[in-house]
Design a protein around this ligand. Structure first.
Ligand code: ADP
Length: 361
């Protein structure tokens, strides 16, 4: 939430008044928008309002959501308004609106209909970056947010496998690619554009061209969050993407070993060099959890990423255990957050998703 200032308070009040004025005509059954405020963030004329609704109501309430957005946008002093419907969750505090309504513009690829754009990166391959991306996407979608995943991992696009839609081909409409929908998330993968098993050597200009195409030539529609699965490493390709993509921030995934952490530090330094805020570090394969007895074995130096995060003055977003269940769910094409939402692993991903959306302090 932004720090309230005098003008923000006045604008917040005006926005609430606009909502109360329009609420009676939009009320349906037991759903009254005036009673459903889950979060309201007003900063520099940008308004983000989250209203609670049951997931099954999302479609029928879409016209009401749009009407409220229009009404708020018309309030004097409001530069942009975004209204989102978030799923109600019992016995937990209501979800706040995501911390940032808009990604940076100016010299970047423009995505006017997309709110938060988050890169998921790693200093080296095989640390679980794509698995983390897929599960964060599912955790965010479960909150009622409209989520997209852009798989920009030119060296090994694995998002289609993780979402069980390998071989899918995005349809074309009005000269744009239509994202493939899987588990309620919109997906575009560089893997959809490449012939299978074709060895591709990517050079700087090709990377820039491909990344532009993946962002710009896709009919994303309205998205609250777009997660970008970056290729591992900190070479030219990654730097080009970090510069070109309109990133709100980056999440760096690392395993706890020293060697992986050296690369994670490089990734943090790369984002800082191009002025992309580092939302934080995730420690994946933090410890081994025995599927039979639940015993935890700290086979790597558990806690290394948290220490590195402190040293780099980056937030620590949380730890994910190394478990068979995560790998099996991934291989089966349903990320564990969707396959076993009540498992401790799924809850660990949900906590990290919340830290990404609302800040970790
Ligand atoms: P990256 O995107 O960093 O290359 P992936 O997400 O593709 O890594 O993960 C590499 C392998 O590790 C995959 O087989 C994946 O299923 C597995 N994996 C990732 N995270 C975990 C975890 N926490 N527990 C068990 N297996 C995992």
């Amino acid at each position: 939430m932004s720090t309230p200032s005098g003008s923000n308070e006045a604008l917040t009040e005006a926005v609430l008044r606009a909502l109360l004025a329009i609420a009676p005509e939009l009320k349906t059954g037991s759903w009254d928008p005036a009673d459903q405020i889950a979060g309201l963030d007003v900063a520099e004329g940008r308004v983000l309002l989250a209203l609670s609704a049951k997931p099954e109501q999302a479609e029928s309430l879409e016209p009401a959501r749009e009407a409220i957005e229009t009404a708020i946008a018309a309030v004097p002093g409001v530069a942009s308004a975004q209204v989102i419907l978030t799923a109600e969750r019992e016995a937990e505090p209501p979800p706040q609106a995501p911390r940032i309504g808009q990604h940076p513009t100016g010299g970047k690829i423009e995505l006017p209909e997309v709110g938060l754009v988050v890169a998921v990166a790693s200093g080296k391959g095989g640390v679980g970056k794509s698995t983390t991306t897929a599960n964060l996407a599912m955790a965010m979608a479960a909150k009622g947010l409209a989520v997209g995943v852009l798989d920009a991992d030119i060296y090994g696009p694995s998002i289609p496998t993780l979402f069980g839609c390998e071989g899918a081909k995005p349809a074309a409409a009005d000269g744009k690619m239509v994202p493939v929908m899987a588990h309620g998330v919109k997906l575009i993968s560089i893997g959809f554009l490449l012939p299978p098993d074709a060895p591709v050597i990517w050079r700087g200009p090709m990377v820039a061209g491909a990344i532009e195409q993946l962002f710009r030539d896709v009919a994303w529609g309205k998205l609250d969050v777009l997660l970008v699965d970056l290729p591992p490493g900190t070479g030219d390709a990654q730097l080009t993407m970090a510069q070109k993509a309109p990133l709100s921030g980056a999440v760096v995934v690392s395993t706890p070993q020293d060697l992986a952490l050296i690369d994670a530090r490089r990734a943090i330094a790369m984002f800082r060099k191009v002025d992309v805020p580092v939302f934080g570090i995730v420690e994946n394969m933090s410890y081994y959890e025995c599927p039979n007895c639940g015993h935890q074995e700290h086979i790597f130096a558990h806690g290394g990423a948290e220490k590195a995060a402190r040293e780099m003055e980056a937030p620590f977003l949380g730890a994910i255990p190394l478990t068979l269940a995560i790998r099996e769910a991934s291989d089966a094409g349903t990320p564990i957050v969707a396959a076993q939402p009540d498992s401790p692993q799924a809850k660990a991903y949900v906590a990290i998703a919340e830290a990404v959306l609302y800040g970790s302090e």
